[in-house]
Design a protein around this ligand. Structure first.
Ligand SMILES: Cc1ncc(COP(=O)(O)O)c(C=O)c1O
Length: 330
């Protein structure tokens, strides 16, 4: 068992449930101290599950700040947090939700600056690191997550850069005591005398009752590969994404959205409009040739390749670009 004061993590069904738990813990923390409901403040780049969680938990609609360049900027957050606190009033309790690895572009919000602002304004910080979290394994890429340790709750999800089948989510907290709001008792599951006698009590470590042993596969992977083994897979995957970006850059027929931060590469045939991009993606899917995602940004619609196979070769990537060319409507 973990001592209070030591970091802890719950196993969840994925990023969606982890985000829900992050908001739930923040709501309960606020409820014990404030009369006003918790206000969630996030960027437009946040995963939709943050909004759903707020709805499910009976919280006001999150204040969603514009992220035209893909990340939440400190200046925008500072203005929003200042505006929430009208002069002479204590203002509502606030949870800032940042993202480390956005769904659309894989961008990482500037965590140290956002953590500073949350501190200054007395807000809590939740970081959705469902996609980017496993960069922690890598000595090369870990610095991109500087500031993550300052969050009150962190969503992790090893079904992406952790190579697990779903479900493989985690919610990490800095100390076991932060999980206290989830405590729950049922005489047929965790009777006091059984708990005191040392029987495991999982009821306060989930909103579920019967649970799948999802931790097993994660523990086996960590045991088999170790941190360095996982770091190698992370580094190779990110290198493959940079390789794809280089191929796109070098090819005048294709347009690159931006250099990848993680393993997501947005691109399209040069000059393609939104309809063309959407058509290419559906053609590749319907004809069983490639499964690409799509991302809508202020500069229009893009094809999204989220690379997750560490063994991807340059030939694979060249073939993908050829497939896109071959399925572009003329
Ligand atoms: C940033 C981010 N957060 C949360 C989620 C939700 O995770 P899950 O699908 O495991 O619930 C995703 C994607 O799936 C994501 O990209």
């Amino acid at each position: 068992p973990q001592e209070d004061g030591q970091p802890d993590a719950l196993i969840t069904t994925g990023g969606t449930e982890s985000n829900q738990l992050g908001l739930l813990l923040a709501r309960e923390h606020a409820r014990a101290r404030h009369t006003e409901p918790l206000r969630v403040v996030c960027g437009a780049n946040a995963h939709h599950s943050v909004h759903r969680a707020a709805w499910l938990l009976g919280l006001p609609e999150p204040l969603t700040l514009p992220t035209p360049n893909g990340t939440l900027t400190p200046h925008t957050l500072h203005t929003a947090l200042t505006d929430l606190h009208h002069p002479g009033t204590p203002g509502p309790p606030v949870l800032v939700c940042a993202t480390a690895g956005t769904t659309d572009t894989g961008a990482i919000d500037p965590l140290p600056a956002l953590a500073d602002l949350a501190d200054t304004h007395g807000a809590r910080l939740h970081v959705d690191a469902a996609y980017g979290g496993p960069l922690l394994f890598s000595d090369t890429h870990r610095p991109l997550l500087t500031g993550l340790h300052r969050a009150h709750t962190v969503t992790l999800d090893l079904h992406k850069l952790g190579w697990q089948p779903v479900a493989a989510g985690l919610l990490a907290v800095p100390a076991t005591a932060h999980l206290a709001p989830l405590a729950h008792r049922a005489a047929y599951l965790n009777a006091d005398d059984d708990t005191e006698a040392g029987l495991p009590d999982l009821l306060g470590r989930s909103l579920r009752t019967t649970r799948r042993p999802d931790v097993l596969k994660m523990a086996v992977t960590l045991k088999a590969l170790g941190r360095t083994g996982l770091a190698d897979l992370v580094d190779r995957t990110l290198a493959a994404a940079r390789g794809l970006a280089d191929l796109i850059d070098a090819h005048p027929a294709h347009e690159l959205h931006s250099r990848p931060t993680l393993s997501t590469v947005l691109f399209r045939p040069a000059g393609a409009d939104d309809t063309t991009v959407a058509t290419i993606r559906r053609r590749l899917l319907h004809r069983g040739r490639a499964v690409l995602g799509r991302a809508a940004t202020p500069t229009g619609l893009w094809l999204k390749a989220t690379l997750l196979n560490p063994h991807t070769t340059t030939d694979d990537l060249t073939s993908l670009l050829k497939l896109v060319e071959g399925h572009t409507p003329r």
